[in-house]
Ligand binder design. Sequence first.
Ligand code: PLP
Length: 219
Amino acid sequence: MIADTIRLIESELHDKAKLIAVTKTKPVELLREAYEAGCRRFGENKVQEMAEKQPQLPDDVQWHLIGHLQTNKVKYIAPFVALIHSVDSLKLLQEINKQAAKSNRVIDCLLQIYIADEETKFGLSAEEAEALLNAPELDALSHIRIVGLMGLATNTDDTDKVRLEFRGLKELYDKLGQIKRPMIQFSELSMGMSGDYRLAVEEGSTLVRVGSAIFGSRT
Ligand SMILES: *Cc1c(COP(=O)(O)O)cnc(C)c1O
C-alpha cells in the first residue's frame, strides 16, 4: 500500500522535486516500511521524536527537520540532521553553527519564509530574510550553508491563492539566490505538502514534504 503510494507520488514529481516522507507521530515500523519501499528522506517536526527514531533506521536515511527549532535543542540533532528547513533567526543559525562545529560538520539550512495568510505560521518576511542573508555576522559561520527557502501555503481550497503564494516564494528564491557569499548556495526550494504538492512542483518546488497522502491522517 505505502509502496504503491510512494511510487505514484514519485512519478508525479517528474524528477523535478524530491520527496520527503513526513513521518511525524508515525511509529518506526511505518518508517521501515517506507524505507523498504525506497524512501531515503524523512521529515519530522519535533527534535525529540527525530532523535529517538534516527538510531532505529539505517544510516543512509536523510533526516529533515521541518518544524520550529528552539536553540536549546539544536545539539540533539546536529550530529546527523541532513537539512533544517525552519531557520528563522540569526541566533538560531549561530547555534546551529556552534553545534555543527562540535560534530565536525557543515549543516545545510533553509530560511523559513512566511507566505501564508494565517497567524499561526512561523517564518521570516521577505525583508527579514534579505537582511539576514546580508548580515555581516554570517562571515563567522563556517559550519552552516544556507541552501534555499521553505514556506507553507495557506490551508485553503482556493488553489489560485495557493499558487500565487508559491509563485511569490519562487520569485523571492530567485532574487535572494543571487546574493554572492560563500555560505549562501541556493539549490533547494521546499514547498508543497499532501494537499498542494502538485501545484508546488508546477511553481518550482525542489522538495515536497508529504505526510498524510502516504501514511494516512494523523490523529
Ligand atoms: C506535517 C507537515 C507536513 C506534511 O503535511 P501533510 O499535509 O500531512 O502532507 C509538511 N510540512 C510541514 C512543515 C509539516 O509540519
